[in-house]
Design a binder for this molecule. Structure first.
Ligand SMILES: [Zn+2]
Ligand SMILES: [Zn+2]
Length: 348
């Protein structure tokens, strides 16, 4: 007799419990005690105002609230704003207003994700030039602006490179291909040696789940080397409670290389074991191909999680919290993008 999902979920089949929806009452999801944070994961103390303005020299300022980061450059003719996360609310405007009376004249979108872009709405009616990569403009029109409050559509776009000069400030905007998101650009202030590439490196922390919710992992991986080609003193990644230095990029690159290596090993190790790995799921769920696929994914993730935790817990914040999601994201990339298909590869 087949048990309904409901009866399985209420304990009649204990092995099925892992596949049942979590409820707030029964889940330990929110009370799990993870490993203590390493010292490097601790950042700036955020004042009671809810945000901090960090002067980086030469008229450059970062805005941080502990979770998000954006930045602006004050020139003698206008202020250039790079992103304004919606969680900042009007604090982007307050941070700028507390530094200068010079008006905001330019707003640069790093990419078309709402959590960094949505604060642009505060300048929707101002005399501001909105700039983005041409693919981000497409996304803003086709996707982002079909959600909540529409953000201003960029009026200036570029394909590969653009130099933005406003008064005495210069910003170099470069697109090197898809990485975290299509249209995600490198933003470089050469005078101050500040480089921003949002959602790629997370100073002191591992990337949050699924490698920072990134779309194209080979491009995202390559971006670490592309960052290191720049001469920078400050790296702005858009998240966590402090800005980065060169060393932070090098450490995360090592984390990503470890992740890639271990997942390649996992796929290779699975090849001779594939019948044992998927057999029980197949027997319990005849004709359910996804039951087998899921069992295989769990096995690969288990293989990756242990060694990653062993090396990285205590070195980067949240390594244990996001081990499984980051392992799984890299497994997908290693299999589908890099072609390490293991038991699903070419037949001889
Ligand atoms: Zn993003
Ligand atoms: Zn982000």
């Amino acid at each position: 007799m087949r048990l309904s999902l409901l009866s399985a979920c209420f304990g009649l089949v204990s092995s099925a419990l892992a596949h049942c929806p979590r409820s707030a009452a029964t889940s330990n999801y929110n009370t799990t005690q993870w490993a203590p944070l390493p010292e490097t994961a601790h950042g700036m103390t955020i004042p009671a105002t809810g945000y901090l303005t960090q002067h980086l020299g030469g008229g450059a300022y970062a805005i941080l609230n502990g979770e998000y980061q954006s930045w602006f450059l004050v020139s003698d003719e206008g202020v250039i704003v790079m992103d304004c996360p919606p969680l900042f609310g009007r604090n982007c405007m307050y941070a700028i207003g507390n530094v200068t009376d010079i008006p905001v004249t330019h707003f640069v979108y790093s990419h078309a994700h709402a959590d960094h872009a949505h604060g642009a709405v505060y300048w929707a009616d101002a005399d501001v030039t909105f700039i983005a990569h041409e693919l981000s403009k497409e996304r803003i029109i086709d996707v982002l602006n079909h959600g909540s409050t529409p953000v201003p559509v960029p009026t200036v776009t570029f394909e590969h490179h653009m130099t933005l000069e406003v008064g005495n400030q210069t910003v170099e905007l470069s697109y090197k291909g898809d990485n975290h998101a299509v249209g995600n650009i490198f933003i470089y202030a050469p005078q101050q040696k500040i480089l921003a590439l949002i959602d790629v490196v997370f100073p002191g922390w591992v990337p949050f789940g699924e490698l920072g919710a990134s779309e194209y992992i080979p491009g995202w991986t390559k971006a670490h080397d592309q960052i290191l080609e720049y001469d920078f003193d400050w790296y702005i990644g858009g998240h966590v409670s402090r800005l980065g230095r060169r060393e932070d990029v090098e450490i995360q690159k090592e984390y990503v290389m470890d992740l890639k290596q271990i997942t390649i090993e996992a796929v290779a190790a699975s090849t001779p074991l594939i019948a044992q790995i998927t057999g029980p799921a197949a027997a319990a769920n005849p004709e359910n191909a996804w039951a087998m696929t899921s069992a295989y994914g769990e096995w690969l993730t288990d293989y990756c999680e242990g060694p990653m935790n062993k090396k990285w817990v205590g070195r980067l914040g949240g390594a244990d919290v996001y081990a499984r999601l980051n392992c799984y994201k890299m497994i997908e990339a290693v299999r589908l993008d890099w072609g390490y298909l293991g038991p699903a590869g070419l037949r001889s």
